[in-house]
Design a protein around this ligand. Structure first.
Ligand SMILES: [Zn+2]
Ligand SMILES: [Zn+2]
Length: 183
């Protein structure tokens, strides 16, 4: 599904933003390879067959492994992730809300929250592991493309970039060659 975010002027007022949802279940077994570690002993929990640490015996829920709070900091392998343009594009395409990690809470603790002008960020608790999953598999994600001939919408006559599967203006499906012949 292609959408045009308001105010984005790339591609002459249209942006080739592909939206997608990747299948992902953080509760699935074996445990998804997310780099999660046992809170007690630090054992790496990737791909374990059960929600139990084989090292220390701790039984846990996936939620037990998340940092506290409704908007936890996004970190992978123990390090906060910086909001690079690449990461921002992934969040945008996956329609995940994020907050920059520079609020009053961070000020209280004196955390830096920013490196070379790039900032850490937080996402809704329910989205955290999905985001980690996306970032760990970012090589496999669909990417916006800006090549291919434009096509005209049969419904509203709008011209659309070649990579759009749906008319950005009216939401109609991209016509097949047969559709054009029938017009
Ligand atoms: Zn353990
Ligand atoms: Zn249209």
């Amino acid at each position: 599904m292609w959408r045009r975010p308001p105010g984005d002027q790339s591609l002459g007022g249209r942006v080739a933003l592909v939206e997608w949802v990747m299948d992902f279940d953080p509760e699935a077994l074996p445990i998804p390879a997310l780099g999660l570690r046992c809170r007690n002993c630090g054992y790496l929990l990737d791909l374990l067959p059960d929600h139990r640490c084989p090292e220390c015996g701790w039984r846990f829920t996936i939620d037990d492994l998340l940092p506290p709070g409704d908007f936890p900091l996004v970190a992978m392998d123990g390090s906060p992730v910086l909001l690079t343009p690449d990461v921002a594009a992934i969040l945008k395409a996956a329609r995940i809300l994020h907050l920059l990690y520079n609020g009053p809470l961070e000020a209280v603790y004196g955390l830096p929250g920013s490196i070379n002008g790039r900032q850490w960020f937080r996402v809704p608790r329910n989205d955290l592991l999905y985001v980690v999953h996306l970032l760990r598999n970012r090589d496999q994600l669909p990417r916006p493309q800006v090549t291919g001939p434009d096509w005209g919408c049969i419904n509203c006559r709008e011209s659309n970039p070649g990579t759009f599967a749906v008319c950005w203006s009216c939401g109609s499906d991209r016509p097949t060659p047969d559709d054009y012949r029938r017009v």
